[in-house]
Ligand binder design. Sequence first.
Ligand code: SF4
Length: 245
Amino acid sequence: MDHLTPSSINTYENCGVKFYYNYIEGRPAPATIPMIVGSAVHKGIEYDLTNVIRKNEHVDINQLLDVVSHHYDDRLIEIEEGDKLKGKDNAIKMIKLWYNHFKNNYSNIKEVEKKISIEMVGIPKIRGRIDIVEEGTITDIKTGFTHKTIEDANSSTQLTIYSLAYLAEYGKLPNLQFDSITINSIQRIPTYRNADSLKATIKYIQQIWEAIQKGIFIPTYPDNPMCSKQNCEYWNICQYAKRKV
Ligand code: SF4
């Protein structure tokens, strides 16, 4: 592996075996409808806020719905099963919620989908993208059936990595937040990082990398709801799935 990403680190945190299948064996998990819904909503938000940066105005809602709808349709080819129409409906509901309630909740937007690349001692580069960078604040958009929690925000390695990238570029720590979107509501979940949490996370990522180098890929705990036929793409090939009867 020549680089890590917040997503690959997150996969290792959740299940070392899943990381092994995806990033070492090179068997990426097939796309799912919730994944494509999230991608379409992100595309819509990027489209609207790019217009705000360039022209200082939001796009028309119908134009935005077209962008989300086309992006969703374009990616459907990656999907083999699931309720495709319902997925599209969900993406439209989510982007409408964001547009109606949150589109004006950002100020001094510097960049959307900002590419980052972080270098740290003892590990390969970490590359990723930050959804929204404002003056002093980083926002990560989350979509799903349930909302993210404050505990999720406080413990997110992804947000800590974004803090490190912001600190390297602007010389100060940003405020952090999840804008969490379900089909029924949208919530902002703020958090922050301090110097101690950054140092501890750097050490933690170095330990993860050391474990990867040593070939240590520990399966998640058996009663993790994600370790199930419905929620794990590797269920049929994973020897640890057989821990359950
Ligand atoms: S089945 Fe369970 S242990 Fe195996 S890869 Fe999936 S989550 Fe990990």
